[in-house]
Write a protein that binds this ligand. Structure first.
Ligand SMILES: [Fe+2]
Length: 437
């Protein structure tokens, strides 16, 4: 039994981890980073229709102006607070449909038809606006203090040419931490996703160990971007390691199935405290994705999911019980009877409720990655208060890859897998040689 004090402390910690509005500890932390806000094609061309783009509990609209500049502004007009989603995107600004007030990409009112221009009213009128950049097929927003704006992201997938990457997102009806913790919890893969791996085209000895073997042993190493979460399983007389980097604050990379396959990853971005975007991407650092790979991803294969036309809501969702097939569950085709990795994850993450009460959990050894990620985020919240450096903020710290690798049992994974994890960094020998020069 836990004490009442312990219960209270756990609830306070839960609130700190899950509340993302402006002025909350986590909200202030997340606002220090560039945030994936939209797929670039959601705003396909200058003067295209504005779209709603709520983020971190703030209701916002996005538009691309006549010169192609991206705007992310308050959804509501400064005048009488009607939604600018109904507005007209015309001649370098968004014009409110109610009384014709018009705002540019910086949020400045540039036309206020009912007031004389020399009254000064128009000049004083503005709505909040956040800077955006386009990189890697994604529109990124920065919602933090202007003077602390970091350089553009260094995440490898976002720097990869368009033919080498595939980007998607899906709506998830739960807090972002639930989805994030699902992503870094590699011990569920051998249960929930067992069917997928068994059917996988590369049911290697290593993958076999993952789905049939004992529980993995986790080793977790901090690095400047966040945590290297390594799951170790015995294969013959060696260790098979799967290393899943968590890149602060909400990015993750999934190990490749084999050396020539693309790298996959996720970002879990709060829409508000009860909903998030589960971004999923696949990229190959060295080659274009094949037609077959792209067709598979568009069709909801692998970590991707089929969504309803015109929306990013999964076809299999809680309203239709994720198309669960109890016969497939009984027959062991899919462990839970739900098809597809993404739907399997969403079904269970959403089943916990919008914000799970973490004070009721009973964590065990295989939950270490979750515990350490929470600790890192709480540490980053504290660092943000005192102005100390934040993990994963510098673009270089985001240049990491996931990997699966077999190593002799006496080699630490962070040494044995170093060149796979950090191909862009110098080896220690090069560093020493550089320092000696
Ligand atoms: Fe999963």
């Amino acid at each position: 039994m836990i004490t009442r004090e312990e219960q209270t402390a756990r609830r306070e910690q839960n609130a700190a981890l899950t509340r993302t509005g402006a002025g909350t500890p986590m909200g202030d932390l997340l606002r220090r980073y560039w945030i994936p806000a939209l797929i670039a094609t959601e705003l396909p061309e200058p003067d295209c229709p504005p779209i709603r783009a709520p983020l971190l509990g703030e209701k916002l609209v996005a538009f691309r102006d006549s010169e192609g500049r991206i705007a992310l502004v308050d959804e509501f007009c400064a005048h009488r607070r009607v939604s600018l989603w109904f507005g007209r995107n015309e001649e370098c600004g968004l014009r409110c449909a109610y009384h014709g007030w018009k705002f540019d990409v910086t949020g400045q009112c540039v036309d206020l038809p009912s007031e004389p221009e020399d009254s000064g009213v128009r000049q004083r009128m503005r709505i909040k606006s956040y800077p955006c950049i386009e990189q890697g097929g994604v529109i990124w927003a920065y919602m933090g203090p202007p003077e602390l704006r970091p350089p553009p992201p260094g995440l490898e997938w976002s720097l990869t040419p368009a033919p080498q990457r595939f980007i998607s997102k899906r709506f998830e009806a739960c807090n972002f931490m639930q989805a994030l913790e699902g992503g870094i919890d590699s011990s569920h893969v051998g249960f929930l996703h067992r069917g997928q791996f068994r059917r996988g085209e590369t049911a290697s000895q290593q993958i076999g160990a993952m789905i049939e073997g004992d529980s993995p042993v986790f080793e977790i190493e901090p690095y400047d971007g966040g945590l290297l979460i390594a799951a170790r399983r015995k294969v013959a007389d060696q260790y098979y390691w799967r290393v899943t980097p968590w890149i602060a604050p909400f990015h993750q990379l999934v190990p490749r199935r084999h050396d020539s396959s693309p790298i996959f990853g996720h970002s879990w971005v709060p829409i508000d405290d009860e909903h998030c975007w589960a971004w999923s991407y696949g990229y190959h650092p060295d080659r274009a994705l094949t037609r077959a790979e792209l067709a598979d991803y568009r069709n909801g294969g692998g970590i991707f999911e089929k969504t309803l036309p015109g929306a990013f809501v999964p076809v299999a969702n809680k309203d239709n019980h994720y198309l669960m097939d109890r016969n497939a569950q009984v027959a062991g085709i899919d462990f839970s009877g739900i098809a597809g990795i993404a739907a399997q994850d969403s079904s269970l993450q959403e089943s916990m409720g919008k914000i799970v009460d973490r004070s009721l959990e009973n964590l065990v050894a295989t939950d270490r990655a979750i515990v350490m990620t929470r600790r890192s985020l709480l540490g980053a919240i504290a660092a943000n208060r005192t102005g100390a450096p934040l993990p994963g903020l510098a673009p270089e710290s985001q240049r990491v890859r996931s990997c699966g690798v077999t190593l002799a049992t006496d080699i630490p994974f962070e040494l044995g897998a170093r060149t796979l994890l950090f191909p862009h960094r110098q080896t220690r020998r090069e560093e020493r040689a550089g320092a000696a020069e």
